[in-house]
Design a protein around this ligand. Structure first.
Ligand SMILES: Cc1cc2nc3c(=O)[nH]c(=O)nc-3n(C[C@H](O)[C@H](O)[C@H](O)COP(=O)(O)OP(=O)(O)OC[C@H]3O[C@@H](n4cnc5c(N)ncnc54)[C@H](O)[C@@H]3O)c2cc1C
Length: 458
C-alpha cells in the first residue's frame, strides 16, 4: 500500500480501544483508505479485545447461528481490521491534548499526533474492596469466572459469585460446570438480570441464592478458604468457598480524559442521542464508553461504524484526510494463515525441532530432550487474555529465530499436568531450560519481558 500522506507523522485518525466499537471503526476507516492507527489498550482499561475476551459463547451476535466464543469473535474482528490496513499500536493512552491541532495523544510509549480521534475505551469491571481482597486476588478471588473458572483449585469445590445482574447470573451458571456448588450472593432481595437469565439460575440445582447478603472479609492461608458475610436477617455468617468471583458492574474508562471532554453524570462520554460527536470537534466516541444503557457487542460495533463514517466525513469536509492508495483492491485473505501447528501433537506428529507445538506429549518430550529454552503457555480455550498473549509469544519465538521452542497446554484437557505445574490461573507462562524452571509469569505481559528473560538464559 503506497502512503501518499504529506506529513506522515500525523495520523488521519487514531482509534483508542480494541473492543467491538474500536475494531468496527477501524474496519470502516481502513476501507475508506484512511489507514487508521488503533491503540489497543494494554492495562489501564482492560485487555486488548475488550470485554468479550472475558466471556465464553456469544449467542446474540448476528452472523453466528451456533454462537461464537467471545475471544474468537474478537480475533476475527482484529484480523479483518488489519487486513484492510489498520495499524495496531500496543499501548494505553494516558492523556489527550485537546487544545492543539493536530491533537496530541500521550501513550505509555510516546506521543502520537492525529487530525481526529475515535474514543472506544469501553468500561471496566468494578472491584469491591473486601478485607483481604489483595491478599487473595488471583489466589481464589477473581473478576473473571470465565477466564479462571477452569483452574484446578476450583474443581469440585464450593464457589461464590457476588452480584445480581446478567453477568453475575451468567458467571454463576458457568461455574456450575466446575464447582460442586455455587453460592450467588445478592445484596438486595431481587435479581436485576433479564427474566430468561433469572429463570436459568433458579432452575439450576447447583446454585444457591443468598438474598440481602454482603461479603465482608476473605480468609484462608495461601489460598482462599472461606468468606465472612453479613445478612440483613441472619446477621454475620461464614461460607466455605475456594473461589469468589466479582460480577458487580462496570466503570466507563474515561479517567485519561481528565474532564477535557464533557461526561454525563455517571462518567460516560456525553454525546447527542444517536450521534458520535463529543463536545470537542474532531473527537468522536463509540461503544460502552458512551452507553450506560444497552452495552452490547452489536451496539458497540454499530456505534463504532457511525463514528468512523462521521470521522471520514469530518476529515474530508476540512480537507484533512490524506488517503493511502492500494496497489490491489482486494487485500490478501488473512484467515488460517498461521505459520504454527495448532493441532495437538502425538507420537507420530511430534517434531523435536518444531518452534511451536501443543499438548502434554510435546511438553514431556521437549522437557527431557530439548536443549533450547522452552516457553510453556498454560491456557484454556475460553480465556480471553490467553488469546491476547499467544500471538505475542509466537512473535517472540519467530523473532528469536529457532533459539526457543513454544508449547501450549490446554488446562481443560491436561488437568494433571496443570496441577503438577502448580497452575492457579490462565494464562500462565513458564520458561524452562534443561529441566529447570527459570521464570514464571501470570497474566498478559509485554513481549519485551519474555524476550529479555529468554535472552538472559541463551
Ligand atoms: C462477561 C461479559 C459477557 C458479555 N456477553 C455479551 C454477549 O453475549 N453479547 C453481547 O453483545 N455483549 C456482551 N457483553 C457486553 C460486551 O462485551 C460489551 O458491550 C462490548 O464489549 C463493548 O464494546 P466496546 O468496544 O465499547 O468496549 P470494550 O469491549 O470494553 O473494549 C474497550 C477497549 O478499550 C481499551 N482501552 C481502555 N482504556 C484505554 C486507554 N486508556 N488506552 C487505550 N485503550 C484503552 C481496552 O483495552 C479495550 O480494548 C458481555 C460483557 C461481559 C463483561
Amino acid at each position: 500500500m503506497e502512503d501518499t500522506r504529506k506529513d506522515s507523522n500525523v495520523e488521519n485518525v487514531v482509534i483508542i480501544g480494541s473492543g467491538p466499537a474500536g475494531y468496527t471503526a477501524a474496519i470502516y476507516a481502513a476501507r475508506a483508505n484512511l489507514q487508521p492507527l488503533l491503540v489497543t489498550g494494554f492495562n489501564s482499561g482492560g485487555i486488548p479485545g475488550g470485554q468479550l475476551m472475558t466471556t465464553t459463547f456469544v449467542e446474540n451476535y448476528p452472523g453466528f447461528p451456533d454462537g461464537v466464543l467471545g475471544p474468537e469473535l474478537m480475533d476475527l474482528m482484529k484480523v479483518q481490521a488489519e487486513r484492510w490496513g489498520t495499524n495496531l499500536y500496543e499501548s494505553d493512552v494516558v492523556s489527550i491534548d485537546t487544545e492543539v491541532r493536530p491533537f496530541e495523544l500521550k501513550t505509555l510509549d510516546g506521543t502520537i499526533k492525529a487530525n481526529s480521534i475515535i474514543i472506544a475505551t469501553g468500561a471496566s469491571a468494578n472491584r469491591l474492596g473486601v478485607k483481604n481482597e489483595d491478599k487473595f486476588w488471583s489466589k481464589g478471588i477473581s473478576a473473571c469466572a470465565i477466564c479462571d473458572g477452569a483452574t484446578p483449585q476450583f474443581r469440585n469445590e464450593e464457589l461464590a459469585v457476588i452480584g445480581g445482574g446478567d453477568s453475575a447470573c451468567e458467571e454463576a451458571a458457568y461455574l456450575t460446570k466446575y464447582g460442586s456448588k455455587v453460592h450467588l450472593l445478592v445484596r438486595s432481595n431481587k435479581l436485576r438480570a433479564s427474566a430468561a437469565m433469572v429463570d436459568r439460575v433458579k432452575a439450576n440445582a447447583k446454585i444457591e441464592i443468598h438474598w440481602n447478603t454482603k461479603v465482608e472479609k476473605a480468609n484462608g492461608n495461601d489460598w482462599l478458604e472461606k468468606i465472612e458475610t453479613i445478612n440483613v436477617q441472619d446477621g454475620k455468617g461464614e461460607i466455605n468457598v475456594k473461589g469468589l468471583f466479582y460480577a458487580i458492574g462496570h466503570t466507563p474508562n474515561t479517567k485519561f480524559l481528565e474532564n477535557k471532554i464533557d461526561l454525563d453524570k455517571k462518567g460516560y462520554i456525553a454525546c447527542k442521542s444517536g450521534r458520535p460527536e463529543t463536545s470537542i470537534e474532531g473527537i468522536f466516541a463509540a461503544g460502552d464508553v458512551v452507553d450506560s444503557e444497552w452495552r452490547q457487542g452489536v451496539t458497540a460495533a454499530g456505534t463504532g461504524c457511525m463514528a468512523a463514517l462521521a470521522t471520514e466525513r469530518w476529515l474530508s469536509e476540512r480537507n484533512l484526510s490524506k488517503t493511502v492508495v492500494r496497489e490491489i483492491a482486494e487485500p490478501e485473505k488473512r484467515l488460517n494463515s498461521s505459520d504454527f501447528n495448532e493441532e495437538e501433537v502425538n507420537e507420530e506428529t511430534f517434531d523435536l525441532n518444531s518452534e511451536w507445538q501443543k499438548g502434554s506429549y510435546a511438553l514431556r518430550k521437549l522437557y527431557h530432550e530439548s536443549k533450547k529454552p522452552l516457553l510453556v503457555i498454560f491456557s484454556s480455550p475460553s480465556c480471553g487474555p490467553c488469546h491476547v498473549l499467544k500471538p505475542q509469544l509466537k512473535r517472540v519465538i519467530k523473532e528469536l529465530e529457532g533459539e526457543v521452542q513454544g508449547i501450549e497446554i490446554d488446562i481443560d484437557k491436561d488437568q494433571e499436568i496443570a496441577k503438577q505445574a502448580g497452575i492457579v490461573g490462565t494464562p500462565t507462562v513458564q520458561l524452562f531450560k534443561e529441566k529447570l524452571l527459570k521464570k514464571q509469569w501470570q497474566g498478559v505481559k509485554q513481549r519485551s519481558e519474555f524476550k529479555q528473560a529468554i535472552k538472559n538464559i541463551l
